[in-house]
Design a protein around this ligand. Structure first.
Ligand code: NDP
Length: 296
């Protein structure tokens, strides 16, 4: 069997197109422009790349994009002040504080200071609680992108056995909540899970969010299962030239694609969906703030 490749790049382009159409209607019919603010503290190179890309795609979707770049030694007080100003700014509907923060800053405190209605990353404890109790919330972008791809591929995933490998607050746990919300039977595996290969072999849906390059081999995958690879791992690639690198996921793509029914590639799978969902969440937040119907 050769797996169908779930093309996250193409799907994300479709989502961005829908977002752009919605933004145009908000402007034309209501004179409202959704606004997204991204706060970056320090000079982590990967974060800088993400922030640039988020800013560019926000503008391409017709939205207002604001970037606050703060020095690595910014005090907690100054960062909280910046967040407060954005909370109070009626032209800003979404706020994202790029993680990880430098060590001297308390991430929980900073995320907790964002107005939950503007928390487009869905990391505020209010949104975590709302998601966990099946109520309307802001949903974390990466798991939301995974769910959208699963729904698109399967139609309904109700009743399917899903295994999420990884239990982080930003990917694994919210992913499990979303799968449960769609009536999957969900197992969350982690570094202490006993006999991980057998646990994964039961799954109709495998979501790998571990951060270990190519950890999941094809012989862990049930024939025909759907594999969603969240991992982004950068490896040296001397074959491409000196100092060159390449991205690989948390699953061994070749061997898994030979067994799975469908699989997301890395790059070009989950990654592009994350920013598309961020834009979609910003439009949702804007509609909720303005008392207008939300995009579907
Ligand atoms: P974390 O490091 O926060 O969490 C990793 C999880 O994997 C932990 O729960 C850990 O278990 C578990 N784990 C580690 N080793 C093993 C093992 N040997 N067997 C089973 N489970 C294990 O990572 P994130 O959730 O933040 O990210 C996961 C991956 O997803 C990374 O590659 C990251 O780069 C990528 N990512 C991609 C995004 C995208 O846009 N595509 C967005 C966010 C992340 P334990 O809790 O027991 O330590």
């Amino acid at each position: 069997m050769t797996a169908k490749i779930i093309d996250g790049k193409a799907f994300a382009a479709r989502v961005r197109g829908l977002v752009k159409d919605h933004v145009t209607r908000l402007k034309e019919d209501h004179g409202i422009t959704p606004g997204l603010a991204v706060v970056l503290v320090g000079e982590d190179p990967a974060s800088q790349v993400y922030v640039r890309s988020k800013g560019r795609q926000t503008v391409e979707a017709g939205m207002k994009s604001v970037e606050h770049k703060l020095d690595a030694d910014t005090s907690e007080e100054d960062l909280l002040k910046t967040v407060q100003q954005l909370n109070d700014d009626p032209e800003i509907h979404g706020i994202l504080v790029q993680l990880p923060l430098p060590k001297h800053l308390n991430e929980d405190l900073v995320i907790g200071s964002i107005d939950p209605a503007k928390d487009v990353d869905g990391f505020h404890i209010s949104n975590v609680g709302l998601l966990g109790t099946g109520q309307k919330s802001m949903v974390p972008c990466t798991p939301l992108g995974c769910l959208m791809m699963l729904r698109d591929h399967h139609g309904s995933i109700s009743g399917m056995d899903a295994v999420v490998i990884g239990r982080s607050n930003i990917v694994g746990k919210p992913m499990a909540q979303l799968l449960l919300g769609d009536s999957c039977t969900v197992t969350i595996a982690h570094s202490r899970t006993k006999d991980l290969p057998d646990v994964v072999r039961r799954a109709d849906i495998v979501v790998a969010a571990v951060g270990r390059p190519r950890m999941v081999p094809g012989d862990w995958i049930k024939p025909g299962a759907t594999v969603i690879d969240v991992g982004i791992n950068r490896l040296d690639a001397p074959e491409k030239g000196e100092g060159k690198t390449r991205l690989v996921g948390d699953v061994d793509y070749e061997s898994c694609a030979a067994v799975a029914g469908a699989i997301t590639p890395v790059p070009g799978g989950v990654g592009p969906m994350t920013i598309a969902c961020l834009l979609a969440n910003t439009v949702t937040a804007c509609c909720r703030a303005s008392g207008l119907p939300e995009p579907e």
